[in-house]
Write a protein that binds this ligand. Structure first.
Ligand SMILES: [Zn+2]
Length: 675
């Protein structure tokens, strides 16, 4: 996709007319020195005030952009605007988080601190009282007090949606000091931090079902493994006289006894000869040809009397004959009437809706699960990815057109998802490599980076004088060849005691004998000791016993070799007490497993399962990953001014931006100024 060509020309003129590079650096240096003087002194109070200059800071977050690919493309001259930006200031590898998961990495960015302070350790966290897992970013609690009235259960107190990340955000501090901010699709911040500025959340924002995205797939001929499909529901339907009568399923109705799922009628009329169908849902009629996508369709699920929950989804008529196949995207929270707080102020969602109509509101909206399950193919996944990218680019133009002061953060997610879903096509050594299909997608990541170069062109055209521009990724990428079954290893080595005597496949929640279990894995990189006084049935005593056990397990894990090729599976094991600081270190996983390049914790480990194997080939299309040893996957940082520090880390960005605006950092922020 070509993007930003028009702005590219403009920005060259701007740079050419305004100042030379040397002048720029001089002015930038003077400005930085001037700004660093007043720091907390002048702006230390909390009164909102206008800045004494019109400087602004633009941060483009491009999830998962891999430095090695970028460096190769820079050498080939394929990223001219990234190059210009690097020449204005610099291009660095930026240290990511431990572990390098997006929720953790962006939380480091947001809070200017490590996970011991912000408390996000993985995608998945657990309740030490029950050992049960939950998603790490946010929790949605129903109302505590209700009134039962016949079949209705009416809330008296409000339910609670809570962001589980702790500590202040750097833009909150900016707002308190009079710097206007817009955080566009900020990951790991759902619901968005309430400030006087604008924000819309991304990663962590659920669909209307409260999940991280559940698609629906209707067919008369479901695959044999339909029940095992994760991230979606496959419904078997009958095509009777050319008509499919089924339901579109919505959220649970907690206002009714038992919380039954809401559903509305979904009827599809299939043309008797042409490959065409008409979809009728909630008063809408949508005519689709085979292979065609609908625009957004807004639907409302009735809850109580005339009140309902509204959402928006797209339909894709994959096939009409011989098999009927209809895909429906996860139902998005409707921005015209959001069921959960996706923006601050609340009206920002409606403002975007009025301008753009419905849009993807869910975090991580690229439907990787539908593609991984084989229900959608690579082309169809790419179409979804392009819908999202186009939305994001249109909104980028809009936000850039009114960006005149303060801070704008703008986030692109496709760069990460392409790394996950198309790595197989660039790597003949990958178990999922398909020589027939590979040429079509081998350069998918590079092509997308070229589109991002257009995004940088637009950014360059917008900045002036001593404005600050940073382009960064939260981590890089690596191939994901082999999966390690951490819980199987813990069981085989007698750290995890299990009650099952069956085939050796189960999960810790059903089968762990906690009274004899010393350690368990949950999340992709997390190993918890079963600590007395922390875990409900903890048996490992704090102090010397806990430390000796952690050391012993770490040493033995480092010794694990892959029988297939003799390679070391785990390159580093990190101790929370050494790697983290802050009030939450004791609740962190005791050990963070740093997988070697090419390896990763298995999907089963992430949800507490164990299997009969220790290492498995990864032959799925989710073929690239970054949840490994953080030293293998640094991100990128481009900046329009030279950095004063050699090794920037993600948690330095917030404190640096605060310093740029002459604002002192809150005491919770341990990152430093790298500008
Ligand atoms: Zn990722």
């Amino acid at each position: 996709m070509k993007y930003g060509d028009d702005t590219e020309k403009k920005s060259e003129t701007v740079a050419g007319e305004s100042i030379t590079r040397r002048e720029f650096l001089k002015r930038a240096g003077v400005a930085a020195a001037a700004l660093s003087l007043p720091a907390a002194g002048v702006f230390g109070g909390c009164a909102r005030r206008r800045l004494p200059h019109a400087a602004k800071a633009l941060i483009l977050g491009m999830d998962g952009v891999e430095p090695k690919i970028v460096e190769a493309m820079l050498r080939q001259g394929r990223l001219p605007n990234f190059r210009r930006l690097a020449e204005m200031g610099g291009f660095h590898r930026i240290t990511t988080s431990i572990p390098p998961h997006s929720p953790v990495a962006w939380a480091n960015f947001i809070s200017g601190a490590n996970p011991g302070t912000h408390g996000i350790f993985d995608f998945i966290a657990r309740d030490p009282k029950t050992y049960l897992p939950h998603l790490s970013i946010a929790s949605v609690q129903p109302a505590e007090r209700t009134l039962k009235l016949g079949e209705w259960v009416l809330p008296i107190s409000g339910g609670k949606v809570e962001c589980l990340r702790r500590g202040p955000t750097f833009w909150q501090t900016l707002e308190e000091h009079g710097v206007p901010t817009t955080m566009f699709r900020i990951p790991s911040d759902f619901p968005p931090t309430e400030t006087g500025g604008r924000a819309i959340s991304d990663l962590g924002t659920p669909d209307i079902l409260g999940t991280w995205g559940t698609f629906s797939f209707y067919t008369n001929n479901p695959p044999a493994d339909a029940k095992d499909v994760s991230g979606g529901d496959v419904y078997k339907v009958a095509v009777s006289n050319g008509v499919v009568r089924t339901k579109l399923h919505g959220p649970r109705n907690d206002l009714r006894k038992g919380g039954p799922k809401c559903a509305i009628d979904l009827t599809v009329y299939v043309d008797h000869s042409a490959p065409v169908a008409k979809i009728v849902v909630d008063g809408h009629e949508v005519l689709l040809r085979q292979g065609e996508w609908s625009d957004w369709v807004q639907v409302t699920f009735p809850m109580l009397w005339r009140h309902g929950v509204s959402g928006a989804c797209k339909f894709y008529l994959k096939s009409v004959r011989p098999d009927f196949k209809l895909y429906v995207t996860p139902i998005q929270i409707d921005p015209s009437n959001p069921a959960l707080p996706i923006t601050t102020p609340a009206g920002y969602a409606q403002e975007l809706y009025r301008r753009f109509g419905p849009f993807y509101t869910q975090g991580m909206p690229e439907d990787t699960k539908a593609y991984s399950s084989g229900l959608l193919d690579a082309d169809e996944y790419m179409q979804i990815s392009d819908f999202i990218l186009n939305e994001r680019l249109e909104m980028y133009d809009y936000e850039m057109s009114r960006f005149d002061e303060g801070l704008l953060f703008y986030y692109f997610s496709n760069t990460d998802r392409h790394g996950h879903m198309f790595w197989w096509a660039r790597d003949p050594a990958h178990p999922a490599y398909d020589p027939k299909l590979a040429p079509r997608y081998a350069l998918a990541i590079e092509d997308l980076y070229e589109t991002m170069d257009g995004v940088v062109a637009k950014a360059l055209s917008k900045i002036r004088g001593n404005d600050l521009l940073m382009v960064l990724s939260d981590h890089g990428f690596a191939p994901y060849y082999r999966s390690f079954q951490l819980n199987s290893w813990l069981r085989d080595n007698k750290y995890l005691a299990t009650l099952d005597t069956g085939e050796g496949e189960s999960d810790i929640f059903a089968s762990a004998d906690w009274g004899y279990t010393k350690a368990y894995g949950l999340g992709i990189n997390c190993l918890y000791l079963n600590v007395e006084g922390r875990e409900e049935q903890g048996i490992v005593r704090r102090g010397a016993e806990r430390e000796a056990l952690a050391r012993e397990i770490a040493q033995r894990l480092l010794a694990v070799r892959d029988p297939k090729n003799g390679r070391q599976v785990i390159s580093n094991v990190y101790f929370a007490k050494n790697s983290y600081t802050g009030p939450l270190v004791d609740s962190a996983p005791d050990l963070i497993i740093g997988y070697n390049y090419g390896y990763r914790g298995s999907w089963q480990t992430a949800i507490g399962q164990y299997t009969t194997t220790l290492l498995d080939d990864n032959d799925g299309v989710w073929s690239g990953d970054h949840c490994i040893d953080y030293i293998h996957v640094p991100g990128v940082l481009f900046c329009n001014r030279p950095l004063g520090a050699k090794d920037p880390a993600l948690y330095d960005v917030g404190p640096s931006v605060l310093e740029y605006f002459g604002v002192g950092k809150p005491k919770e922020m341990t990152g430093g100024n790298v500008l």
